[in-house]
Design a protein around this ligand. Structure first.
Ligand code: C2E
Ligand code: MG
Ligand code: MG
Length: 578
């Protein structure tokens, strides 16, 4: 046997081994597939491989790999690496001829034959291993999520648990301490949970807890931190809640839990006790606040009747007063307990009345006459200012129109608007309706706004002021000089008048500096072409001083106190204040 013929025998043997090898294998060069063995044909489900010769490896892959990389880029990068470095190994998804997909581990080896470079590929189907790994990864993710849920949230109610509450509340308290923001901590206990558990079973108890949590969620704001702190105690950190509002929130929490809860065929009434601790007064850190809120909660519980208690005793008295006031205020409008008094605005030179300011009074059979300073802030806080304010504007406009119809001199009607009313989205609509119902010309109505209301949201403010101005309504800045007016904004706001706060008039007697300030404020208004009104003129000397600075309209007890409509009518009839 010649060397040649024994060589070709060997080649044939190698070729036979290669063709029938168990591992799928292929030869490729830069132009694509040169040959593949039977195992590769079986792996890819090819009936015969003649028609795929010349195709690159990526021809056997879907357009994208599972990790969203392009198959072309992934495979050709590896193929080029094998050509350049001699070998490369990678995993990729391949598509069989029946469309099914498999994951293959592919090893590429460069071989040099007769000066040409070809690549030998060995492919292994690792779909099963891959699937197992994927399942493990998913399982891990799910376990991590469940673990997070278990360590941070209460299983029964879905609320934050004590650990999460501690973390979040500590951060909120730290921030509030830095910004000097008010914070209230409420500890809310379900009084009869153990009775429910003992008589109806734990499942019923859980249903009650979950319903209580839902109801509490509806009362608190998004910024508040609500949690289930222990078996029967919930906690909520009320961010930004000043002590005067905390009582009202506590009341709403209690009211929300009060209606009976349906569990199966039972209607269960749940008693609640709430303890309140205020940041600053009752502690500067979470731990102290929690202790104090809990102490207050146990006191509320021992007093019975499902109420709330502040930690500090003095606050309980104040809170009670406010609640009594609030509940009476709620009925006041229906009972017709509000009246308007009117205080003249006088032209200093002629003593003629150029306008009146409507000032609301609350006449309650038990409380007597309550001045606006005592109930307007409360009405603002509990939202009652909206209906009360609407009544004030409507009544003032009707009165102005009635005086006009009676042939009395033309005067302006000035009405105070609180910030919450000013930011009503349909304020212009409300005013238009009131004006058309009363028949008062818009030019006769002056809306008084404080600097605080104007400065809060400047873009909205400008839009609203613009709307009112274009309706013909006139605008005044009330209590000017007490807020934080930026002069730049003052120039941009389309206002007609400045009402210089009475504290400047009072201060005239104190020092020369105050005289300079009062004078500068009047000058400022005049330079901006605004009408300047001095409030709180009580003496002839004050009137003389202010008019010498160039202030032409004045208001104060020196001319007239606020009076009921019939008394004002008499003054209007007489023509001027003497
Ligand atoms: P304001 O708008 O600055 O009203 C002027 C206040 O100064 C009135 O107090 C008036 O009685 C008082 N006053 C007038 N002249 C003198 C004076 O010479 N000396 C002194 N010491 N005081 C004088 P009032 O009626 O108690 O109202 C207080 C505040 O309550 C008002 O201040 C206004 O901000 C608010 N207010 C009154 N009525 C309403 C209303 O209908 N709606 C709203 N949102 N606020 C109102
Ligand atoms: Mg006013
Ligand atoms: Mg004022």
């Amino acid at each position: 046997m010649s060397a040649d013929s024994s060589g070709s025998q060997m080649d044939k043997r190698y070729a036979a081994v290669w063709i029938s090898a168990a591992d799928p294998m292929a030869f490729l060069d830069e132009d694509g597939l040169i040959d593949c063995n039977d195992a590769a044909i079986r792996l890819l489900g090819l009936a015969d491989h003649s028609h795929v010769l010349g195709h690159p490896l990526e021809h056997f892959a879907p357009a994208e790999q599972p990790h969203c990389v392009s198959s072309r880029a992934h495979i050709s990068a590896n193929f080029n690496a094998a050509l350049a470095k001699g070998e490369s190994r990678f995993e990729c998804q391949l598509r069989c001829s029946d469309g099914s997909l498999l994951i293959a581990d592919i090893q590429l080896h460069r071989i040099s034959i007769g000066g040409g470079k070809i690549v030998h590929a060995v492919m292994r189907d690792i779909s099963e291993r891959w699937e197992t790994e994927r399942r493990m990864r998913n399982l891990n993710d799910t376990m991590e999520a469940s673990l997070h849920q278990l360590t941070n949230f209460d299983v029964v109610t879905g609320l934050a648990n004590r650990q999460r509450f501690n973390e979040e509340a500590s951060i909120a308290i730290e921030r509030a301490n830095t910004l000097a923001r008010p914070v209230a901590l409420a500890s809310i206990a379900i009084n009869n949970l153990s009775d429910i558990n003992n008589t109806l079973g734990h499942e019923a108890g859980n249903q009650v807890l979950s319903e209580v949590a839902n109801r509490l969620r509806r009362v608190v704001n998004e910024a508040d931190i609500l949690a289930r702190l222990s078996g029967h105690v919930f906690g909520v950190l009320l961010d930004g809640c000043a002590d005067k509002f905390a009582a009202s929130v506590a009341n709403r929490l209690i009211a929300a839990i009060a209606p009976p809860i349906a569990v199966g065929t039972h209607e269960i009434s749940v008693g609640t006790s709430v303890g309140l601790a205020m940041l600053g007064r009752d502690g500067r850190d979470l731990w102290t606040l929690m202790q104090n809120a809990d102490t207050a909660m146990y006191r509320a519980k021992s007093l019975g009747m499902g109420g709330f208690q502040f930690h500090s005793g003095e606050m309980n008295t104040l809170a009670l007063e406010r609640l009594v006031l609030e509940s009476r205020l709620r009925r006041a409008l229906d009972q017709g307990e509000f009246v308007l008094h009117y205080q003249p605005l006088v032209a200093a030179s002629s003593r003629r009345i150029v306008g009146v300011e409507a000032l609301v009074r609350w006449q309650n059979p038990e409380l007597g006459v309550v001045p606006p300073d005592r109930f307007i802030p409360l009405a603002e806080q509990c939202g009652l200012i909206i209906p009360i304010g609407e009544w004030v504007i409507a009544q003032a406009c009707r009165q102005a129109r009635a005086w006009q119809d009676a042939g009395l001199p033309d005067i302006e009607m000035c009405v105070n608007l609180s910030p919450r009313q000013f930011y009503l989205p349909n304020l212009a609509g409300v005013l238009a309706k009131v004006l058309s119902e009363s028949g008062l010309a818009p030019e006769r109505l002056v809306i008084e706004l404080t600097e605080g209301a104007l400065m809060a949201h400047t873009d909205d403010t400008l839009r609203t002021l613009g709307d009112l101005r274009s309706m013909g309504i006139r605008l005044a800045i009330d209590d000017f000089g007490t807020g934080y007016s930026s002069l730049a904004y003052l120039k941009r706001f389309p206002v007609n008048k400045l009402k210089v706060d009475q504290s400047f008039v009072r201060a005239l007697h104190d020092s020369d500096d105050d005289v300079v300030i009062a004078r500068a404020i009047v000058d400022l208004g005049r330079n901006l072409n605004l009408e300047v009104v001095a409030e709180g003129i009580e003496t002839a000397a004050e009137m003389d001083a202010l008019s010498s600075y160039g202030c032409d309209v004045m208001q104060g007890f020196y001319f007239s106190e606020p009076k009921i409509a019939s008394e004002i009518e008499a003054i209007l009839q007489s023509g001027a204040i003497t």
